[in-house]
Design a protein around this ligand. Structure first.
Ligand code: HEC
Length: 140
């Protein structure tokens, strides 16, 4: 009885260790051999749709920045000649528009508020990126 138990225990141990070797060895070699799935290249910042952006611009921003972004004297600055637009990327411009540039801001040149999101808090990032794509087309 006792020896039969011992025999079973030894067999069980052998099976176990064989299993471990098989798993360990097999696992490592197949792990190295299998092609690793490549993550897709990170794409550049999402590009907005300038046509959808124009529609938004013409309802929100046009009041101060004028049709086609020519600017309105005493209100918004022109985009057609803006140095600022040339120096910021889309992400920075998105942050700028979401923040605005109050009169108290040291960069404010007009003494007029640029309100956050042009005063329309309902605008989403996606819509703002569309607007950004549109105003990028306005620079002369
Ligand atoms: C209530 C008027 C008003 C509205 C509406 C408005 N802006 Fe402005 N915006 C301004 C003013 C004023 C400035 C200039 C602030 C300053 O003196 O620097 C400005 C500046 C900017 C500038 C920086 C230009 C530069 O050359 O420095 C950007 C970009 C801009 N606005 C985008 C927008 C967008 C996009 C919208 C619509 C979502 C919008 N604005 C709506 C008043 C407005």
């Amino acid at each position: 009885m006792k020896s039969k138990f011992l025999f079973l225990a030894v067999v069980a141990l052998m099976v176990l260790s064989l299993g471990l070797v098989a798993c360990g060895g097999g696992g490592t070699s197949s792990g190295n051999g299998e092609p690793v799935a490549q993550a897709p290249e990170p794409t550049a910042a999402p590009v907005g749709d300038p046509e959808a952006g124009k529609a938004q611009f013409d309802t929100v921003c046009i009041a101060c920045h004028g049709p086609g972004g020519v600017g309105v004297e005493g209100l918004g600055k022109p985009f057609t000649t803006s140095e600022f637009l040339l120096t910021v990327d889309d992400q920075e411009l998105l942050e700028f528009i979401k923040t605005g540039r109050p009169i108290s801001h040291p960069d404010n040149t007009t003494g007029v508020d640029m309100p956050p999101k042009g005063g329309n808090p309902a605008l989403t990032d996606e819509q703002l990126l569309d607007i950004i794509a549109y105003i990028r087309t306005l620079h002369e």
